[in-house]
Design a protein around this ligand. Structure first.
Ligand code: IDP
Ligand code: MG
Length: 150
């Protein structure tokens, strides 16, 4: 089972699409093991997006992600990292495939609603950064109907 970090970005919260997006993750079979609504500090935003520090859009991206509260969470499930990335779709909402979160709800490169970790290394780094207190371990009754181990 993998863990992956999701961030429902300020546009998602402000557009009141958080429940809609979370419903898609739950319906897929992913389990929430961490979740909180927070106002992100500039320092945390810059750490999270450190790999993009030299990009021309970096300043705007930091303003965007700190421009309103976000809901940050950790999802658990079989192949959770790639499953979430596939549910999100391409970075540019205008090009993302219909049926994906970005393809259905975003028409922007920046305001694309949700972040998902892109690799096991990123997931480990991001979960430690956003959830230093750790996540919750629990069982969901009947989970073998969702994933049988194969
Ligand atoms: P990802 O979120 O699909 O992994 P990245 O390339 O890692 O995409 O970029 C991180 C975030 O930076 C994107 O989700 C988006 O919000 C923003 N971003 C990416 N490319 C651009 C751009 O060309 N202009 C403005 N914002 C961008
Ligand atoms: Mg990325």
């Amino acid at each position: 089972m993998q863990h992956t970090l999701i961030i429902l970005k300020p546009d998602c919260v402000q557009r009141r699409l958080a429940g809609t997006v979370l419903a898609r993750f739950e319906a897929k079979g992913l389990k929430l093991v961490g979740m909180k609504l927070i106002q992100v500090s500039k320092a945390l935003a810059e750490q999270h997006y450190a790999e993009h520090a030299a990009r021309p859009f970096f300043g705007g991206l930091i303003d965007f992600i700190t421009g309103g509260p976000v809901i940050v969470g950790v999802l658990e499930g079989n192949e959770a990292i790639s499953v979430v990335r596939n549910l999100l779709g391409a970075t540019n909402g205008a090009a993302a495939a219909p049926g994906t979160v970005r393809g259905d709800f975003s028409i922007s490169k920046q305001n694309n609603l949700v972040h998902g970790s892109d690799s096991p290394e990123s997931a480990a780094r991001e979960i430690a950064l956003w959830f230093p207190e750790g996540v919750v371990s629990y069982d969901i009754a009947g989970s073998t109907w969702v994933f049988d181990g194969a």
